[in-house]
Design a protein around this ligand. Structure first.
Ligand code: HEM
Length: 492
């Protein structure tokens, strides 16, 4: 009897102790909506989490706690809250959680996008800095990217001759895939005509879809072995395909270097050079995984931004005309537009920035994670809490933007606000140490495509302008819900 009483009182004691601890922990975390047992706030988050989180933050504040299954997240919804996380507490808030889909990648513990800011990550970022962020290195391969655009123009000329409808998003995606493959390996990996079934484009598209899909196994880890939505299996096939192809390119290049043939001067050469000097921290596995990651990080984000920019220019013919006029000032005698010359066109730059503000490709950034307990303003957030930064909400906040829902490139003509991570109301590439390292390349690729679509062709829509569907779909990037299609009309 005494033993039973002792056991019962021990259970009651621990129950109250844990309950008390839980209350204490909740008091120190930012406030948030009441959550149900097991599912947490799952019912509060619809198919567009950035929109539902923005609404919830109006009630619960700039730093808010959300629970989804076993994952606790802190959501930042104002520029000040973003600054606290990405600038003041950048070091501690720079972790990542690896989604279950990504574990299908053979060496996912070397994947820059998904690993925490550890030693591997530092070595990879350093290696990237030897090429990707160097304007003059990017300049050296601008001819190859120019060739890709020339091929696109040829494709559009043929479509115009045959009066064929062009799917602008699909075309832009194929062009970006080749722009990035030329920057990395000095070669094309896809074409514009075919659907490329089973090829490079399909593999990258599949990964963008499955890596960005809501996966129940991510919030209930107990389900991981079952892979209930078949997400990891799909990812595995696509990753294996890309891994194999990229390994082939690396092997070819190693032979080329052994034979002491002339250098290509592309990113692969630069990564191999870096690896030779730093083999302890950066080896061939790092290179292969990084190259696969660059296609995932850089392609849909850039093509999607291009597709939205063209959509807005179709809807605003006066702006379309201004871009065309501005470009005409730098066109060469051969009628070609050089990448280097468009980098400083102010109106074009304003159009690209305004597109990134109104149609953010990555509305919640890639989720961050706390690496240890951290104080965020008056709150204390424990280790391993996911951090979501709702940059979509900030880019549309009327406190910072006049007529935030209107497309007005002029707003960027009169302000210093830029996307380099210092203006926290506008963070399309993030800020702090996890900020996108691809900004200079993205700037070139998107700008060159936009001017090529605008300068060389007139366009006929299949419907009235006011019937344009402007809805988007949430995923790893925020895509157009319906593809943008139009007939190109040659003007030369
Ligand atoms: C318009 C085009 C692009 C947009 C909007 C974009 C945006 C972003 C964003 C928001 C992040 C996450 C930042 C964070 O977690 O705080 C990111 C990460 C990254 N981006 Fe981009 N990006 C673009 C193009 C590119 C390109 C062209 C490349 C390279 C080829 C690239 C490579 C990367 C990489 C490697 C990361 C991971 C960085 C890390 O976790 O340390 N991106 N990007």
């Amino acid at each position: 009897m005494e033993l039973l009483l002792l056991i019962l009182s021990t259970i009651v004691f621990f129950f109250f102790l844990l309950h008390g601890l839980d209350l204490y922990r909740k008091r120190r975390m930012p406030p948030g909506p009441t959550s149900f047992p097991i599912i947490g706030n799952l019912l509060d988050i619809g198919p567009k989490p950035h929109e539902s989180l923005a609404k919830l933050s109006e009630k619960h504040g700039p730093l808010m706690t959300i629970r989804l299954g076993s994952i606790t997240s802190v959501v930042a919804s104002t520029p000040d809250a973003a600054r606290e996380i990405l600038q003041c507490q950048d070091e501690v808030c720079s972790g990542r959680m690896i989604p279950d889909a990504v574990t299908a990648l053979q060496n996912h513990d070397k994947a820059i996008l998904w690993i925490s800011a550890n030693e591997d990550w530092r070595a990879i970022r350093k290696a990237l800095n030897t090429y990707l962020t160097h304007q003059h290195k990017l300049d050296t391969l601008s001819d190859l990217r120019q060739n890709v655009v020339d091929e696109m123009l040829e494709f559009l000329n043929q479509s115009a001759l045959k009066n064929e409808l062009v799917n602008i998003g699909n075309l832009a995606f194929a062009v970006v895939v080749n722009q990035i493959s030329n920057t990395c390996f000095s070669r094309n990996v896809t074409n514009y005509e075919s659907e490329d079934i089973g090829g490079f484009k399909t593999a990258v598209k599949t990964l963008m879809e499955v890596d960005g899909k809501f996966n129940i196994a991510d919030i209930f880890p107990i389900l991981k072995p079952l892979d209930p939505q078949n997400i990891r299996r799909q990812a595995k096939a696509a990753y294996a395909w890309l891994d194999h192809v990229v390994q082939g390119f690396i092997n070819e290049r190693l032979k080329h270097r052994e034979l002491k043939l002339p250098r290509f001067g592309d990113m692969l050469d630069s990564l191999l050079d870096y690896s030779e000097d730093n083999v302890q921290v950066f080896n061939l596995i790092h290179i292969k995984t990084l190259l696969v990651d660059l296609f995932i990080a850089g392609t849909k984000t850039s093509s999607n931004t291009t597709e939205w920019a063209i959509t807005e220019l179709f809807l605003n013919p006066d702006m379309f005309a201004i871009v065309r006029k501005e470009v005409s000032t730098i066109v060469g005698e051969d009628g070609k537009i050089q990448e280097e010359k468009i980098l400083d066109l102010p109106y074009l730059h304003a159009v690209v920035k305004e597109t990134m503000r109104l149609h953010l490709s990555v509305p919640l950034l890639a989720p961050h994670k706390t690496e240890k307990e951290v104080k965020l303003n008056e709150y204390v957030v424990p280790k391993n809490v996911q951090i979501l930064v709702n940059v979509w909400a900030m880019a549309r906040d009327p406190k910072y933007w006049k007529n935030p829902l209107s497309f007005m490139p002029e707003r960027f003509m009169k302000t210093e606000v830029d996307y380099k991570g210092q203006h926290f109301q506008f963070l399309p590439f993030g800020s702090g140490q996890r900020m996108c390292p691809g900004i200079p390349l993205a700037h070139r690729v998107v700008s060159l495509m936009v001017v090529s679509f605008v300068y060389h062709f007139d366009w006929k829509l299949t419907h009235a302008r006011e019937d344009m569907n402007m809805n988007d779909v949430f995923g790893l990037t925020l895509l157009r819900a319906t593809p943008l299609v139009a007939y190109p009309i040659s003007i030369e």
